[in-house]
Structure formats: structure tokens, C-alpha cells
Design a protein around this ligand. Structure first.
Ligand SMILES: [Zn+2]
Ligand SMILES: [Zn+2]
Length: 343
């Protein structure tokens, strides 16, 4: 069984290892499709993600689907041959946040493909993966492994949208039109008119992607130096989905007084230069949206119901053994939107 590690020196190594002995409550899958996330790209480019540094070899990848090839002796709800989506987060169920059902804030969470803990929690860039039964969800025959691998970013986007309860006639800005921004757009279209949603980015390739999805308002904030003047105090709601400091400073200018800002993009760790006092002067409501909780189940149900299409976002697919090339292409926003590896 091949595993593909990304090392602290930013090089990939392929390692042949035997499958481990399965624990009673575990399922072994053949990994099928795995999406490359913004956080994987951060690890690849900078050796860290939001302040979490890679200090030992780490398999990237947490947005994955697969086929069951073996089950532990205590697994009752799944059988060999079934096709599943995996929730990359394993919650402890014991801490105060789990007790409040705020699972995304779990104090002891393990998340596939993350350097948050030492030893790191290994990800999905490998042929076979062992997973706790509680993290597995069946997919319908009508759903492809490609589509299934969109469950995690869809859950992230559903969680971000869960902070809104009033859409009527609200002007909404999505600042950062990568996969999360585009998925937020797809979700919002179910609740409000296209004309009320504005997608901004600095990259024309990404904005063309937004156009293909049918967006009627796209703004290249790099070309339009007047963006903050033209749209001064214009928006009622803004999603920050780029993780860029300029983006949040733009939002603070274009959001109306009393407006709502949802931070879903992953900013760099440490101190940032933002116009913080505007939060008070404009009475902004600021929400941090971190990963997802119950929204993973919702995302699986929506994917099984074929509520969304994803093929308009998936620009590239690579074989698992080409994961290094896949990372290179995924990091180049001039050519890609969503990239997957398959096995
Ligand atoms: Zn992700
Ligand atoms: Zn917990």
C-alpha cells in the first residue's frame, strides 16, 4: 500500500507500507477521490497552515470518498463493497463543546491531514485508509466518488451560511471566489436572487469560474481600484472567504453600518493589520465560522439528493501518484479552481 508524505523540507516521498491491523470499530477503504483544499495548499506552499507547522512527514488530504474493503469485528452498519464519504473530523464527544453539540469547537478533535497535533493526524494521500465507523456516511449509487469528495467543503460552506437568517433584499458580498466562495454562492442561490449576490476576487480565472456558475455580479478588486469607493457602505452581509488581509479591510469599507461579516477564510497566524476600530464605529457584527459540525450530515444528504452540481468547479483530476503535480496545479489559481486526486 502506497502512502505519499509531504515532508518538512517541502518534498514529497512515496513510501510502501503494509496495512495496519484493523481496530474493532474501524473500516478500511480504498481511497477513491480526494479534493485538494486551501489548507493543503497552505501546507504545500508555506510548510504551515494558519500557524500549524509541519514538523514531521504528513500525508495531506481530508476531502475524500472511498470504497469499503474491510470492516472491523464490531462494525455493524457498513459492509464490504459499500461506497462512502468520510467526515475528516473525529470528535471526542466528552468535552464541554461536544456536550453543547458545537462539535467544530471540540477540544480534542483529530482532523485528517492536519499538523495541529504532534504526532500529526495523517491524511488521505494514500491507497488505503483506516477510519472510525462513526466518521463514515453511505453514498447513493447515483452519486459519483468525485461528487462525494465535495462533502467537506460543502459542509464548511453550509456552516458559514448558517449564521444568516435574513436574506430578503440583502446585498451580499462573497470576498474570495475559490471553491468555498463558489459553494457559498451555490447555497445562497437557493435563498435569494442572483442579483443580490456579488462575487469578488483578484484572479480572473477564478472569476470566470464564478461567471460559469451563473453569477451576474463579479468584481475583480485588483483591476478596479475604485471598488471600495464605488461600493462604500453598500453591502449588508459579507463573507470573507479568501483568507487575505486586504480582503477583510475591503469588506470593512464596503459593508454597511450594522452589517454582518462572516470570516470563513483561513487568515495567516499572528498579528494582522486590520482597521479594527471600524467594527465599533460601524457597529459591525463579526462571526468566525470554523469548519462544520452537524452540517456534515446535511452536506451528505444534499449530495445524495443531487441538490448541487460540482462538475462546474472541478477543473483538474490527477492520479494519486501524481499528487505532487496535483498540488502544483491546485496552487496555481490562474489555471485551476478545484483539483482532485483519484485512486
Ligand atoms: Zn477542506
Ligand atoms: Zn470534544
Amino acid at each position: 500500500m502506497k502512502k505519499y508524505y509531504f515532508n518538512p523540507d517541502k518534498k514529497f516521498t512515496a513510501v510502501e507500507e503494509k496495512n495496519t491491523i484493523l481496530k474493532k470499530s474501524q473500516i478500511r477503504i480504498k481511497m477513491k477521490n480526494c479534493g485538494i483544499c486551501g489548507s493543503d495548499i497552505h501546507y504545500y506552499l508555506f510548510g504551515e497552515n494558519g500557524g500549524r507547522k509541519i514538523i514531521e512527514p504528513l500525508m495531506l488530504g481530508h476531502e475524500f470518498s472511498g470504497e469499503i474493503i474491510e470492516i472491523g469485528s464490531k462494525v455493524n452498519n457498513f459492509k464490504v463493497g459499500e461506497r462512502i464519504i468520510v467526515n475528516p473530523a473525529l470528535y471526542c464527544g466528552e468535552c464541554k463543546f461536544c456536550k453543547l453539540k458545537k462539535f467544530n469547537l471540540c477540544e480534542n478533535v483529530s482532523f485528517f491531514g492536519s499538523a495541529a497535533k504532534v504526532p500529526h493526524t495523517q491524511g488521505a494521500f494514500r491507497e488505503n485508509i483506516e477510519i472510525n465507523e462513526t466518521q463514515c456516511y453511505k453514498i447513493f449509487d447515483s452519486v459519483s466518488y468525485e461528487e462525494a469528495a465535495f462533502a467537506e467543503p460543502l459542509a464548511v460552506s453550509l456552516h458559514a451560511c448558517s449564521f444568516l437568517n435574513e436574506y430578503k433584499n440583502k446585498k451580499i458580498l462573497i470576498s474570495g471566489s475559490g471553491p468555498i466562495g463558489l459553494l457559498i454562492f451555490k447555497i445562497l442561490l437557493k435563498y435569494t436572487k442572483n442579483e443580490n449576490i456579488f462575487l469578488a476576487d483578484i484572479n480572473n480565472n477564478v472569476l470566470n469560474g464564478a461567471k460559469k456558475l451563473g453569477s451576474s455580479n463579479i468584481i475583480n478588486v485588483y483591476d478596479s481600484s475604485n471598488f471600495t469607493k464605488d461600493y462604500n457602505n453598500f453591502f449588508d452581509i459579507a463573507f470573507e472567504s479568501s483568507g487575505n488581509v486586504n480582503s477583510i479591510n475591503n469588506i470593512i469599507k464596503v459593508i454597511n453600518k450594522g452589517g454582518m461579516v462572516i470570516q470563513v477564510g483561513n487568515m495567516p497566524g499572528g498579528l494582522l493589520g486590520i482597521e479594527y476600530n471600524q467594527m465599533m464605529l460601524k457597529e459591525l457584527k463579526f462571526f468566525g465560522s470554523y469548519r462544520f459540525g452537524k452540517e456534515f450530515r446535511e452536506a451528505v444528504d444534499l449530495i445524495n439528493k443531487k441538490a448541487f452540481s460540482f462538475e462546474d468547479m472541478l477543473t483538474h483530476s490527477f492520479k494519486l501518484e501524481e499528487c505532487e503535480e496535483a498540488m502544483k496545479v491546485a496552487s496555481n489559481k490562474d489555471i485551476s479552481i478545484k483539483v482532485q486526486v483519484y485512486n
